[in-house]
Design a protein around this ligand. Structure first.
Ligand SMILES: Nc1ncnc2c1ncn2[C@@H]1O[C@@H]2COP(=O)(O)O[C@H]2[C@H]1O
Length: 862
């Protein structure tokens, strides 16, 4: 039974402050850094120390309290509490206090002065009565119980601070009750006392040990003396209960430290790490467990001059502040930050520990690119309230800005990532990965820029570099002259065919029977139709997919529409002509035939996909957008150099369609359906813009080709996409479909593939010739008809654009023949390159010999 409090109270009563003054002030314990919890010793010392401080201030003299006179009353006790600080947190604020005297409030589940006591006595007796009276005098809120079950119920309902159990009665299962309370969540903040007979301390009894073993904090000898009970309860309150509250406070403080954005490090007086908060681990890439016992110099601060300067103040027990250079261990990057170093003493007068606080607001902006994780910290502001002034104002306005309702999805994502980062704890590697993810997400070019950089780093083939840069970059260049481009006005006028719907010759009909095969010979159709393949193939496909039904329009209007659309392609373009449009339409139809697409697409989706494919390059001038921009072409002026060609193709489609009722295939649609159809067509045409290639591909892959999106391996055709087929995701599919159709030529049979490669190369050469002739910047200088290696350009095109795209598309739609042809063609291009069949002339010779239609078909039949 603790006896020191009685003695102390006696000393206080006598006012013998001299002897108390000798009590070491530094023995007041703050939340322990390295010292283990020594509850009884520490709390007793705290009490002694507090008393000593109070006595030094001469407050005891005015205190009318004498517990030994037996005249204490609740009002007296309260008076004493309000006028005398018994604990550091009760002391008035002293602005000159040192770090060891920091005022702090204890965190306790119970409001001050209303500690809850549960008395568990099987039978009311004088001991219970005395305890009850004493507790009442001290202002405890008392509950009593005379059964185990009842006591447990009471405890679980009220979470008492103190439970006193009478263990003298033999028929009472104290052990069970104590263990049950200890099994209740939060019971670590409860002190449980056993009342035992005096004899328990007199003989060599196992009772005491077994009680402590089952979870009691102390054993008190039975007494009927109210003053002794008061004495014991005061001791319990100021020792055990206060220690519980200190532990809770300590836990709360460490939580606060881990949540704050400033970096906090505690070292011993030889700079050995003792503690670092989560912000440190995050921003410095260190792990608490790796640093314990290592020095600041080894781990973080390599500048010994800085350490020595700081040390000269700290070792003289003085605070120090100044800039400090920290080095991130993982990356060896450096951060310069303002440091406030505070000496702290756990024992004795001299500092035993140093507390270092690095203000993340002060991190040198020149280091921001290196210490990306800190950008976030700066934006959100530090929780170090001592760094105030203009900084405070800045933080306040930042807080206001953060509160504005500007949240875009990306803002929400970054916010969620912040939360994840704060909750991953001390896993430095994970935090670094999260930082990296956040940095990438914060970039504006989410899908494009890194791919471009990646590509530039990988290729050293100039022709590939020219081609891919021209396709992906949004950089401007010149325009076609009015004379080099056919006036679209001429051809936009619809002149109805006098013969009505075209009669289809047998050869064309036969060929169109294969219209849905991937090997469909579009060039043969071009020949047979005298360069009007779109009209014939288009009508065939429209019929096959019942576009008349979907649009509620007659066949003649559809046919008229095809006529006008085809007439507005430029036959003189070697690549971007109506044969390319027909080819893209044919590929789209092939894709629409696949089960996966049938299960997704509505009739209006099918119709608009075919319409978009047919019109996607309408009125293409045979020059790139860069050329139009460089030459100040009216289209580039109209569309501000942004998505010039695709905007024109889409706008032109609607201009022609709506310009004449005889070609208006949308005329019978209601307003909403028309809006939807128009949106579909425009969205698909715009999706063919190559500068957005990686954006579309990445979005598609993110939704349809990751395990998490479909819950199984890529390519597993048993995947069920139904749950993710939202309207937005169906749009991604349609975009991907038209994109794949648009550049499907490397995945066609070799003869077709080579002819497309020749045609696009020819168109590129023509552009280069024009650029040179007109003194314009040359967009793709390597596409010079004299020296360009067509095989190399095709290998690069597949490597950087086609391969990944078709892998993803095949995984979704299940058309392995796409990959088979692509790979076979790739090998052949490599062979052509090795055999030096590189120039346009060489390729044409190959076409006339080994790739001639008759030869290839005989090779095929062999
Ligand atoms: N086989 C190919 N080789 C090189 N570039 C191609 C090939 N096929 C298509 N392209 C390019 O890819 C682009 C896709 O969009 P466009 O049809 O506007 O223009 C196309 C060409 O510039």
């Amino acid at each position: 039974m603790g006896c020191s409090p009685s003695a102390l109270l006696e000393q206080i009563h006598k006012g013998s402050s001299a002897s108390l003054d000798k009590v070491d002030k530094s023995a007041i314990k703050k939340p322990a850094i390295t010292t283990a919890s020594r509850t009884s010793t520490v709390t007793t010392t705290v009490q002694v120390n507090n008393m000593s401080r109070a006595s030094k201030r001469g407050k005891f003299l005015s205190m009318p309290f004498n517990p030994f006179r037996g005249d204490i009353s609740r009002s007296m006790l309260h008076h004493r509490k309000s006028s005398l600080a018994l604990t550091p947190e009760e002391e008035p604020l002293d602005i000159n206090r040192g770090p060891n005297e920091t005022k702090y409030g204890l965190i306790s589940p119970t409001p001050k002065h209303h500690l809850k006591l549960l008395l568990v006595f099987a039978h009311p007796d004088p001991v219970c009565d005395s305890l009850s009276k004493a507790a009442d005098k001290l202002g405890f809120e008392i509950t009593t119980s005379n059964t185990n079950i009842g006591a447990l119920d009471e405890y679980q309902a009220k979470s008492h601070d103190l439970v006193i159990v009478d263990t003298r009665a033999k028929n009472f299962d104290n052990d069970l009750l104590c263990r049950s309370i200890r099994n209740t969540k939060g019971s670590q903040h409860t002190v449980i006392i056993a009342i035992v007979r005096k004899s328990a301390f007199e003989r060599d009894d196992v009772t005491i040990a077994s009680l402590l073993e089952s979870g009691f904090n102390r054993c008190l000898i039975e007494t009927t003396n109210v003053l002794v009970c008061v004495n014991e309860l005061i001791v319990l309150k100021h020792c055990d209960l206060r220690t519980m509250a200190q532990h809770a406070t300590c836990q709360a403080m460490y939580t606060a430290l881990d949540k704050c954005r400033d970096l906090v490090i505690v070292t011993d007086d030889s700079y050995k790490f003792q503690y670092m908060n989560a912000a440190c681990e995050r921003q410095l890439g260190l792990r608490q467990e790796d640093t314990i016992g290592k020095t600041l110099q080894e781990q973080l601060v390599y500048d010994t001059v800085q350490i020595n300067t700081m040390g000269s103040s700290l070792l003289r027990a003085r605070e120090w502040s100044g800039p400090m250079t920290l080095k991130r261990k993982s990356t060896q990057e450096t951060i310069v930050s303002n440091c406030r170093a505070v000496p702290f003493s756990c024992a004795g007068r001299m500092p035993t520990h140093f507390i270092l606080v690095f203000d993340t607001n002060s991190i040198d902006p020149s280091n921001l690119s290196q210490s990306r994780g800190s950008i976030h910290s700066i934006r959100r502001g530090s929780t170090d309230v001592r760094s105030i002034g203009s900084d405070y104002l800045r933080r306040t306005s930042l807080a206001k800005l953060n509160a504005l309702p500007l949240e875009a999805p990306i803002t929400k994502i970054v916010g969620l990532i912040d939360q994840i980062r704060e909750n991953v704890g001390s896993n430095g590697q994970l935090v670094q990965l999260i930082d990296k993810v956040e940095d990438i997400l914060k970039g504006s070019e989410l899908y494009v820029s890194h791919v471009k950089e990646d590509f530039r780093m990988k290729t050293d083939e100039p022709v590939v570099s020219d081609l891919i840069t021209a396709l992906l970059s949004k950089a401007p260049q010149p325009t076609v002259t009015a004379s080099s481009r056919r006036s679209s006005n001429d051809s936009s006028v619809f002149r109805p065919s006098r013969t009505g719907l075209i009669k289809v010759p047998a050869a064309i009909r036969d060929l169109l029977d294969t219209a849905l095969m991937w090997e469909f010979d579009i060039f043969k159709l071009e020949d047979l139709t005298r360069k009007r393949p779109l009209q014939h193939l288009g009508m065939n496909l429209f019929n096959h997919f019942d576009v008349c039904g979907a649009l509620n329009c007659d066949e003649r209007t559809l046919s008229n529409w095809l006529t006008v659309i085809e007439a507005n392609y430029h036959a003189e373009n070697s690549y971007h002509n109506s044969t390319h449009a027909a080819d893209v339409m044919q590929a789209t139809a092939g894709f629409l035939e696949k089960e996966r697409m049938k299960s997704i697409m509505e009739p209006l989706d099918e119709a608009t996909s075919l319409i978009a494919a047919a019109a996607h390059d309408l009125d293409h001038p045979g020059k790139s957008s860069a050329f139009l921009t460089n030459s100040n072409n009216p289209l580039a002026i109209l569309y501000n150099d942004v998505t010039v060609l695709e905007s024109h193709h889409a706008a032109m489609t609607f201009k022609l369609t709506l310009g004449d009722e005889r070609v208006n295939i949308f005329k019978n649609l209601d307003r909403d359906t028309y809006k939807l159809a128009r949106h579909n067509v425009i969205d698909m045409i715009l999706a063919t813009e190559m500068t957005k290639h990686f954006e579309h591909l990445a979005k598609f892959v993110n939704v349809f080709c990751t395990r998490s999106s479909v819950g199984s391996e890529i390519g597993d055709q048993s995947e069920d996409y139904a749950p993710i087929l939202t309207a937005e995701n169906t749009t991604l599919v349609k975009r991907m479909m038209i994109k794949c159709s648009d550049v499907s030529n490397p995945t066609r049979p070799l003869r077709l593939c080579v002819e497309w490669a020749r045609r696009i190369a020819e168109e590129y050469f023509q552009q280069t010739d024009d650029e040179k002739a007109r003194g314009l910047p040359v967009v793709m200088p390597m596409f010079d008809r004299q020296c360009c290696s067509i095989p190399k350009s095709q290998i690069g095109f597949v490597d950087y654009i086609i391969n990944d795209m078709f892998e993803a598309w095949n995984a979704f739609i299940d058309m392995p023949e796409l990959l088979t042809y692509m790979r076979q063609n790739y090998i052949r291009w490599k062979e052509f390159d090795e055999q030096n069949h590189t120039t346009l002339n060489d390729i044409q010779k190959l076409q006339a010999t080994i790739l001639a239609p008759s030869i290839t078909s005989s090779i095929k039949s062999d």
